[in-house]
Ligand binder design. Structure first.
Ligand SMILES: Nc1nc2c(c(=O)[nH]1)N[C@H]1C(S)=C(S)[C@@H](COP(=O)(O)O)O[C@H]1N2
Ligand SMILES: [Mo]
Length: 415
């Protein structure tokens, strides 16, 4: 193994190991609008905020000073409200530790699972300084094929701690009228969806992409999930005030459901007696066989999933001896109960050691001590079980390649 670099200042006491860094993509003004978490390089359960993945589907909005911030609660309520952060902080607060996973995380594996060919890499890194910029309107914008070739997998997932107030407390204060079925959350970011994102996620450029024009980012959360005590309006992240890129002054946290439900930069919360046609709900984050399918379901709860973070294919060849095979497991249905490992291409499965903790929405770290002495090729796999009885994988193929939770073997050679 290569000797790791140290960095830092002697004034802090001693130089540290080099820290894992975000892999950013920038807009025309040089602002980060997408960033990928270097998940393989992290330890523990909580992803440091400066390594937490970032997605702005439209544009990065102008910041609002937290002291000037007001959001409204409207629609089918007894008492329409205008609330500041200070008003919100008068209500009972709650802190939840949760995995955020973008619906598109690991999507690259769907095509490989379906059609075979070269397995996408978990390691692949986009070019360092400069990188590729998905949103540059005039400069060199990479081709879709080029983008697909540079994007590493498993980088749109992070684990974090969020502090705020349950959405249900705000709804209680406003008084929800009978007949309301959805909570329409509107962000103050505006823009026109870039069709490249759809070409990327569907892996096809021959499809017609619906153009909604200029829109605000919005979602319509069904009332039942909105009333779940762990669904919160958060102003803090990982022990600090929420950062602008993550949705400050206020964002939604929807434990178990894919990241696109976690509306950032909240401007309005509107109670409705129908489900409105939100672009990122009915057109983009959908599960369907083909782009032509009329039966499209919105992406909601994440599946039951584990990934192997060590070793990866690129660690091959490895020395004989003892290796700690390790990884992470999480589920959109609640706590992970077991993880099993196979070292023989899925012939037999053995129980992995799973670290216990009490945060049902947060991932668990797992490991398996692999004693290997025979040289040769090995296919290592892991599969997770969750508390609602699901076994990985749970998500079938879908053309937008969302919610991937398939079992991806690691191929290594023991010398
Ligand atoms: N207002 C707004 N909220 C948003 C988005 C957005 O573009 N605008 N992106 C969504 C998507 S697709 C994801 S995966 C998460 C990412 O949250 P993060 O950037 O804090 O990691 O935010 C969601 N909330
Ligand atoms: Mo996402």
């Amino acid at each position: 193994m290569a000797r790791e670099e140290l960095e830092g200042e002697w004034t802090q006491g001693w130089p540290d190991r080099k820290r894992a860094r975000l892999m950013p993509s920038k807009d025309a003004d040089g602002r980060t609008i997408y960033a990928r978490t270097p998940i393989l390089e992290l330890e523990g359960l909580i992803t440091p905020t400066d390594a937490y993945y970032i997605i702005a589907q439209l544009n990065m909005p102008e910041p609002i000073h937290p002291d000037d911030y007001v959001f409204s609660v409207t629609g089918m309520v007894d008492r329409p409200l205008k609330l500041t952060l200070k008003d919100l902080q008068l209500l009972p607060s709650r802190t939840v530790r949760v995995v955020t996973e973008c619906a598109g995380d690991d999507g690259e594996f769907f095509g490989w699972q379906k059609n075979g060919g070269k397995k996408p890499s978990r390691l692949k890194k986009q070019a360092e300084a400069g990188g590729w910029n998905q949103m540059v309107p005039d400069g060199k914008k990479p081709e879709v094929a080029e983008l697909l070739n540079t994007i590493p997998t498993t980088c749109l997932v992070s684990g974090g701690e969020w502090t705020g107030v349950p959405l249900s407390e705000v709804l209680k204060k406003a008084g929800v009228k009978a007949g309301a079925v959805s909570v329409h959350l509107v962000g103050f970011d505006k823009g026109r969806p870039d069709p490249t994102a759809q070409y990327l996620s569907s892996g096809r450029t021959d499809i017609e992409i619906f153009d909604p024009g200029i829109i605000n980012y919005d979602k319509a959360l069904e009332l039942e999930k909105a009333l779940h005590p762990d669904t919160i309006l958060a102003w803090a992240h990982n022990g600090e005030h929420l950062q602008h890129v993550h949705g400050a002054p206020l964002r939604l946290v929807v434990p178990g459901w894919s990241g696109n439900w976690w509306v950032k930069w909240i401007e309005e919360i509107e109670l409705l007696d129908y489900t409105p046609d939100c672009y990122y709900q009915t057109h983009y984050f959908v599960l369907a066989d083909t782009p032509e399918s009329t039966d499209r379901k919105p992406c909601k709860a994440l599946g039951c999933k584990s990934i192997i973070t060590y070793p990866i294919d690129e660690d091959s060849p490895m020395e004989p001896g003892a290796h700690a095979v390790r990884g992470l497991a999480w589920s959109g249905g609640g706590a992970i109960t077991r993880v099993e490992v196979s070292l023989d291409d899925g012939e037999s499965w053995r129980e992995a050691y799973v670290e216990e903790h009490q945060d049902k929405w947060l991932w668990k770290r797992w490991s398996f001590v692999w004693e290997v002495h025979k040289p040769g090729h090995y296919k290592i796999m892991a599969r997770a079980y969750d508390e609602i009885g699901r076994i990985q994988p749970t998500q079938p193929w879908n053309f937008q390649q969302k919610h991937f939770d398939g079992i991806v073997p690691v191929d290594v050679e023991i010398r």
